[in-house]
Write a protein that binds this ligand. Structure first.
Ligand code: URA
Length: 425
């Protein structure tokens, strides 16, 4: 077997054989296939796709590249959630302790933000002392004691995906349905969860801009999970506008704590509860009511224990950026557009995100929203507050917002979009 013949097969729109896939994933993980060869193959896959048989084998080969975790010793059923990434998507923060409070074990392996989408680990690292890096034994201990854990995946889990995802990120090959589906599902299956709820984002702030593509991605992932014995369902959810009223690390932690305290923006509460119900249902705990666990403080209690177990201080003051800049409405009317990509890019430019994996992020940076699409606004009213430690970035962030925040006349037609668009099982 050699890399050039595998690349040629896909370049010429052929179907990769099981042997070709097993060999190329293993050889790339071991360093025998060079980055430039894998990047050429990734581009051929990006352009010519893979069928479901190829995707299933590619996923299995990535799972086999590393270790598999086993939570079968836990007394509770396991349930996990994965979002394909969006702007202001802090849902994992309230969701994991909420579902644990309802009786499931939630092993939430999460990632860092890259580009305009935020990362759960960056958000939680805004909490003084909190640690993302846990050994497998530490992770199991937190899961057993608290019921939920949010941490980074260890180096041993799907190492082929770690290498390939970093490569795709710098070769323009991220937005490919076969590559995204296999990347996400190899990690989730290797992680060993019994059930999985996928939050597939659709809209300007998501990888999938169109509903048809999101449907295809969701059904591919549901099929992969089901074939590996993981009960998997997907919700397609709106990412045309940011979730909630904040985009940025400490800002999003603050909003998540508001939700756990029984408040918070309605769209964040609605999506948290919708995903919690799906997770509990998939875990066989459908008689428990997550709304009750939010209202009676038990979800907040689990949050505090989870943060403390990972070295964080749930009572510590969260970092605040040194400088603020307020953007006001230029006219009176209805806020018709608050574009998720524009807000995500602005938050990233203010310092909330990173351009390269090794870059630091500013904990306090980001964008705070004071109105949502459909709200009536008056000229001069604050619409957004930009937060950063590097005020020289304000101009650059404002450029990102250009055309992304639009106020129409008072009688402008505006149709509200529900947060959950579709369910695929
Ligand atoms: N998240 C992943 O883990 N992989 C992708 O390819 C895209 C999003």
């Amino acid at each position: 077997m050699d890399a050039i013949s595998v690349i040629r097969t896909k370049r010429d729109r052929g179907e990769l054989t099981a042997d070709q896939i097993d060999w190329v994933i293993d050889a790339y993980t071991r360093g025998e296939v060079a980055h430039e060869q894998m990047s050429s193959l990734a581009m051929a896959i990006f352009l010519n796709g893979m069928n479901r048989t190829e995707i299933a084998r590619w996923t299995a080969a990535m799972i086999a590249s590393g270790e598999r975790m086993d939570f079968s010793s836990l007394p509770r059923p396991t349930a996990d959630k994965h979002s394909t990434g969006g702007v202001g998507d802090k849902i994992t923060l309230p969701l994991a302790p909420l579902v644990a409070a309802c009786g499931a074990a939630v092993p939430q392996l999460s990632g860092r933000g890259l580009g305009h989408t935020g990362g759960t680990l960056d958000k939680l690292e805004a909490i003084p002392g909190w640690r993302a890096q846990l050994s497998n034994d530490e992770m199991l201990d937190v899961l057993r004691d608290v019921g939920s854990v949010i941490c980074a995946a260890g180096d041993g889990l799907a190492p082929a995906d770690k290498k390939l995802y970093a490569l795709r990120d710098v070769t323009g090959t991220v937005e490919s349905i076969p590559l995204i589906a296999s990347s996400i599902m190899s990690k989730k299956i290797a992680e060993g969860t019994g059930s999985l709820v996928l939050d597939v984002k659709v809209g300007s702030g998501a990888f999938m801009k169109h509903l048809d593509d999101a449907r295809e991605l969701a059904s591919t992932m549901v099929e992969l999970g089901t074939d590996h014995g993981v009960k998997t369902v997907a919700l397609l959810t709106d990412m045309a506008t940011p979730l909630g009223l904040t985009a940025g690390n400490a800002l999003e932690v603050r909003e998540s704590v508001e939700v756990l305290a029984g408040g918070g923006p309605q769209d964040v509460v609605d999506l948290t509860l919708a995903l919690a119900r799906e997770m509990l249902d998939a875990a066989g705990l459908k008689d428990t009511d997550p709304a009750k666990a939010l209202a009676d403080g038990s979800a907040m209690d689990h949050w505090r224990r989870m943060i403390t177990a990972q070295g964080g201080d749930p009572d510590a003051a969260l970092p605040v950026a040194r400088e603020q800049h307020v953007v006001t409405a230029s006219s009176s009317g209805v806020l018709t557009t608050l574009d998720a990509y524009a807000v995500g890019l602005a938050a990233w430019r203010l310092g909330a995100g990173r351009a390269r994996k090794e870059d630091p992020v500013q904990a306090g940076a980001g964008v705070e929203l004071h109105a949502k699409p459909g709200d009536t606004v008056t000229a001069g009213q604050p619409l957004l507050t930009l937060h950063t430690d590097t005020p020289e970035k304000f101009g650059y962030a404002l450029e990102a917002l250009d055309g992304g925040v639009l106020v129409g006349p008072e009688d402008a037609a505006f149709a509200a979009t529900p947060v959950v668009l579709e369910r695929i099982s």
